[in-house]
Structures are given as structure tokens and as C-alpha cells.
Design a protein around this ligand. Sequence first.
Ligand SMILES: [Zn+2]
Length: 306
Amino acid sequence: MNRKSLIALAVLAMSAVAAQAAGKLNVETTTEDLAALAREVGGDKINVDAIAKGYQDPHFVEAKPSFLLKLQKADLLAVVGLQLEIGWLPPLQTQSRNAKIQVGGSGYLDMSHFCQVLEIPTGQVSRAMGDVHPLGNPHYWLDPQNGRRIAKAFADRFAQMDAADAAYFQQRYQDFDQRLSTAEKGWEAKMAPYKGRKVVTYHRSWPNFCDRFGLVVVDYVEPRPGIPPTPSHTLELINTMKAQNIKLVLIEPYFDRKTPDSVARAVGGDVAMLMPSVGGTKEVTTYFQLFDYDINLLVSLFQKYK
Ligand SMILES: [Zn+2]
């Protein structure tokens, strides 16, 4: 970079700082999980709002005009990435005419770049095949270690955008990190007796969660991510579950229960409706409550099937 463009960049950065000094950073996130983590580190120095609600399937969100207004005034847009939002976010970004939040803009933050991503395909995968996870599994926030990485990325970006409050953001991150470490010890202790338990899940929402807490996902109700159940696959699933004595089908709140219910009935087991996101149910309003809810529910069901 030459001297002239460096100066231009510095001027740009200073004007951004001056603009921010006037008020709080306006942070828009695509999901409530990202918003919850932004709130942990941003405290009262930011305004934060999520586009998709936690009870909605984040792959398929109906774009509303109100989303545009939110994006127009955003200083920062944080996304999950890995094409999770590809079905609804890009046109909103374009129509917002907010240059900062376009891909690669100064106010665009793709959290997948900071996290451990599982199930990265090795061969050719295209969305034409119906697979909604073509770049790897986008449900990575369900491992607290990734939650920690997201929080750190927020703290660093907030500190960059609002240098006057940099110490505040880093302090809040340190505090969050400590509280999360304590909570993780509790969650791990609760799940330890069930290490190696096999489960079936509706969608591939849980690989990070299951890896972290020692569960084994054997199969899925969906034949492929994003493809609804088929009779032949459902029959195979029931046979697999019977053969391996698997009793639990984990589902997300936004899927039709018909197939999972019939599978659970056929194997004499249960459907467990776990929360994949903050806001999935009214008791889950923080990142901590998300794991509290899911782990308590799982433990109660694992105890039922010794
Ligand atoms: Zn998915």
C-alpha cells in the first residue's frame, strides 16, 4: 500500500471514530445467538438486534421490509456465514445501500472465520443437490468454545470501531470468558455419565454440540441437510435405531414433528425438542441458558433410558 492510500485510510478511520464517539455502535446480527454474544461483550456501549428469531429455521427466513431499516442504520453486521443466510440475506444487504455492511465492507463480520467448522465437504457438493451445508456445518455456535471465539471476535471488532471504549470491551470479554469456563465445567460434569450415547437428530444442527459433550450422532431424519424426510429413509432410520438400541430423536422447534414422532413410537423412544438457538423458547434468553436448557433436557431423557 502506498503512502497516499495509507493517509486516506487513516483519515477514514479517524472519521469513523469521530462518528462513533457521538453514540453507541449499532450492531445487527443475523441470529439471536450472535446477538446474545455481542451483548455479553458490548454491554451498554452498543445497540444490538437480531434479524432471525431463535424459533425460526435460520436457513429459511422470510425477508421483511423492517429488516431493511435495521440494516440501513447498522454500523456492523455479524453473520454466521458458510451460506447459512444465503437464502435471505444478500438481497437485504444490497437493498440497504449501506456500503459498510456489504461482504468485505468495514462493518461486515463473518464469524465462521474465527470458529472451528466441522463437516467441511471434501468432494463436490452443490446446493443443486439440495444440500444446505455446502461449505461445512454452519451450526458451529453450539460448542461453547466457538461461543468464546465469537465473543472475542466481537470484542476485537468493537474495540477497533470504538477505540475509546476498547478497554471496556476487552474487560467484558475477560469476564465472559471466566463465567463461560465455570459454566462449561458444570455442563461437562452433567454430561460425563452419558459419554458415548448414540442419538438421531432431525437436521445436522448438532455436530459441534455432540462432539463437545461426547454424544454420537448415528443418523438424521433428513436424508440430506435441507431435504425433507422420505418414507424409504425413515424406514432405514427405524431399523438402524432398533439395531443399535437408540431411543432419542433430537429435533429443532421449527420442524414438523410427524416423522420424528412416528420414528420414536416405532422404536419405543422419545423425541427431544432441543433449542438450537437463543430465543428458541422464552426461557432461553442468554447463551448460557441455551446450554442449560439443552443439557438439562438431555440428562432427564438419558436417565429414563439407562
Ligand atoms: Zn443447517
